[in-house]
Design a protein around this ligand. Structure first.
Ligand code: UT7
Length: 332
């Protein structure tokens, strides 16, 4: 019997129009373009403005573009996995909200939270429904409105994050392309270094928690950086070894865009040259669940059937991992 793989058959994205530049951040906090650029690689990020605009507003456009590109209707989707740390609401799931907005009325859906590794966790989860044959068309969304949980008086975090949404369609592939392997890891010991202190069931929202700014991202950057550099590089190397891949075999590395120095360390460990690394952190910053699908969209026209691609991420939790896939279609 032919093996069924889950393959990405379309990609799409949406980023808000508003550009928050390093120069503008200089007016908000004690920072400067030179520091931000040299320490992170970021020049600007997108911000979703306006009242009552949640993450599903961005995801809606990304999914509509996805369906249009593939030429299918929303009712054909069986499953929606929405990877995010900034859902519209704690409940119902943003997967349900975006399904209603787009008209994916035959799909079941759920949110998946694995911080910055969410998209590769979601992609792997979605692939199982395709591989088992129970579901034919799975939409995996990676989207975050990070500006909703960022303190724009905290220079340690406000320079890093941005807003954006990406979506991919997973379908069956019986030609050998699609997702080949995944290594996903987590370690709850990372909680203290990257988290949101309040707003959950442990410390529900109150006037006091809001006053103390406990609904914002808290990050001990240096510690997270050290873990990210070693874990993301190690897992990317591990998936190469496990699949007998040399650097020459790899067409593209698609790393989570948290810091250019983390991306460089990962590529170096893999022996992959910079010309094969997708980097758009300069334009979008860290969009958390959005980074990897936003890269796939930006590079889609350079991807060819059979290209060996490694996706890698590291994020809060800690969570990290790598996915190895063979690209399933040529540029149109
Ligand atoms: O995506 C989820 C996972 N997250 C990550 O992977 C993020 C990992 N961490 C990082 O990317 C980096 O740690 C940061 C970009 C957050 C910070 O860079 P760093 O090189 O680790 O800087 P640092 O925190 O060690 O700070 C170095 C210096 C400090 O000054 P002193 O103590 O040396 O005088 C900071 O106060 O830079 C100062 N600093 C800044 N200066 C100008 C910190 N933030 C800024 C800033 N502008 N925005």
């Amino acid at each position: 019997m032919t093996k069924i793989n889950a393959a990405i058959t379309a990609v799409a994205s949406y980023v808000p129009d508003y550009i928050l530049s390093n120069k503008e951040l200089e007016k908000l906090v004690d920072t400067n373009d030179e520091w931000i650029t040299s320490r992170t690689g970021i020049k600007e990020r997108r911000i979703l403005k306006g009242e009552d605009q949640g993450v599903t507003e961005m995801a809606k456009v990304a999914v509509e573009r996805l369906l249009e590109k593939r030429g299918i209707g929303p009712e054909e989707i069986d499953l929606v996995i929405f990877c995010t740390v900034t859902p519209d609401k704690v409940f119902p799931a943003s997967a349900n909200i975006v399904s209603r907005k787009v008209g994916m009325n035959n799909a079941f859906g759920f949110d998946l939270n694995a911080a910055c590794s969410g998209f590769i966790y979601g992609l792997t989860t979605g692939s199982k429904f395709i591989e088992s044959g129970t579901h034919k068309k799975v939409v995996v969304i990676g989207a975050d409105k990070m500006s909703s949980i960022i303190d724009y008086t905290d220079r340690a975090t406000c320079i890093i994050f941005g807003d954006g949404a990406g979506a991919v369609l997973l379908e069956a592939d019986e030609t050998g392309n699609g997702i080949q392997d995944a290594i996903l890891k987590s370690d709850g010991a990372g909680e203290e270094f990257l988290h949101q202190k309040a707003g959950g069931s442990e410390r529900p929202a109150s006037a006091g928690t809001v006053e103390r700014g406990e609904h914002y991202v808290y990050q001990e950057g240096k510690t997270v950086f050290k873990f990210a550099v070693s874990k993301m590089a190690d897992v990317s190397y591990e998936i190469m070894q496990r699949n007998s891949l040399t650097a020459d075999d790899i067409a593209w590395l698609v790393p989570h865009q948290a810091n250019l120095r983390i991306i460089d360390a990962t590529a170096n460990r893999m022996g992959v040259g910079k010309e094969k690394v997708m980097i758009n952190i300069d334009r979008y910053g860290n969009t958390t669940n959005g980074t990897i699908p936003l890269c796939l969209v930006d590079w889609e026209n350079k991807l060819h059937k059979g290209d060996n691609i490694i996706l890698s991420a590291f994020g809060g939790g800690f969570t990290w991992g790598s996915v190895y896939l063979k690209w399933a279609y040529n540029p149109s």
